[in-house]
Design a protein around this ligand. Sequence first.
Ligand code: G3P
Length: 223
Amino acid sequence: MRTPAIVLNFKTYPEILGKRGWDLAKRFAAVADDTGASIVLCPPATDLAHVAKLVHIPVFGQHVDAAEAGQATGWIPPEALLEAGAAGTLINHSERKVAWEEMAKSIPRCRELGLEVVACADDVAEAETLAKLSPEYIAIEPPELIGGDVSVTTAKPEIIAIAVERIHAANPRVVVLCGAGVRSRKDVAKALDLGTSGVLLSSGIVKAKDPEKALRDLVKGLR
Ligand code: G3P
């Protein structure tokens, strides 16, 4: 992904399931066109292939398994994401944690296939450990602030600043994002001021009265 970036996790909110999510994805892609902003969409696995066909901006999975493609009913191997049109994936989101051993297998496999990985971390210690697996990106998201009205950039800016420092000390190639409660251009601008290269967010856009309008405001924080 081009940074600084906005990574929009659709999660499985009713507002984005099926056709509603397809229509929103097209409107979000139009925001990227009109503003030149780098926007990445993470629809649910059930809608990923359709969304990837509809838009020309990067589409990422919300999760990936280390399972080999083959006799693996219900798993999501990296090859399946690639074939569905994904350019990358989230992994270890606080709502879908993954064992370290699993990530130690799936992250290199994604890299071999050219799938970019955003590894999510609940805290600085986890972020520092994840940096050793060399995901392209690490997103620091304190779980207690996720889905809330107060942005991590306001509630816990020190955690982001320390995470940026520690992650880069552990692996200077990893690009840092932050998330949890991000809602406005001010939150995005603050995230960049704290040394990150973008944000990972969800409810501030997906649950907004006018999601497209909310995204148009948010991307102004990228400048
Ligand atoms: O993956 C993004 C997410 O966990 C943050 O959610 O709703 O606080 O923006 P939200």
